[in-house]
Ligand binder design. Structure first.
Ligand SMILES: Cc1cc2nc3c(=O)[nH]c(=O)nc-3n(C[C@H](O)[C@H](O)[C@H](O)COP(=O)(O)O)c2cc1C
Length: 173
């Protein structure tokens, strides 16, 4: 099984990247690729920019990565209740190649923030809209209070209830 995981964040210290990476460690018998969306940085999407430059190679490459995966884990960072600009830009460009950009792949959506909200607003938005983009969402899990539930040194979730939720989620991929 080819598992693709990434954080919908461009932060070099992304807590969501750490969470997505930890989630992959709970999957046995998978070849894992952790993608960095900084490697897919493109001009700010607009229809004018699209008319000017067409479909960027990086958007095509990202679409191909999604297509090559057997299962996908995305952990969403929340900025002002919504997607980070970096992810939304990548998402918008890729959706112009194919609106069904997740290509019916099984996906697990995660989200985390340092606060009690656990980035649940962006997670709800991503989950509610998933059918339009052909994502087969197997589970959506918000991890609140990241630094209380994750051991940075060990790079592992410490809360046993969350570990159990994550294990059950990734088992469906
Ligand atoms: C511009 C900005 C807006 C933010 N808005 C929210 C928010 O709406 N809800 C939230 O829980 N955290 C918010 N945060 C805090 C993020 O959850 C925190 O920076 C987290 O580390 C982001 O995830 P990441 O480390 O994976 O990028 C915001 C942070 C920034 C920089």
């Amino acid at each position: 099984m080819k598992l693709l995981a990434f954080a919908a964040s461009s932060s070099s210290k992304s807590i969501n990247k750490q969470l997505a990476s930890y989630a992959t460690s709970l999957v046995s018998d998978a070849s894992v690729e952790i993608l960095d969306i900084n490697d897919y940085e493109m001009p700010l999407f607009s229809e004018d920019k699209e008319a000017e430059i067409g479909q960027p190679e990086l958007a095509k490459a990202f679409y191909a990565k999604l297509g090559q995966a057997d299962g996908i884990i995305i952990s969403f960072a929340e900025h002002n209740g919504s997607y980070t600009t970096a992810y939304k830009n990548l998402f918008d460009w890729t959706s112009r190649i194919d609106m069904k950009l997740f290509q019916s792949k099984p996906v697990v959506f995660l989200a985390s923030s340092p606060g009690p909200g656990g980035a649940s607003s962006v997670l709800a938005a991503a989950t509610a809209s998933a059918p339009y983009f052909a994502a087969d969402v197997k589970a959506s899990i918000s991890v609140p209070n990241f630094y209380e539930n994750f051991d940075i040194e060990k790079q592992a979730v410490t809360n046993p209830e969350i570990v159990a939720q994550l294990k059950a989620a990734v088992a469906q991929l």
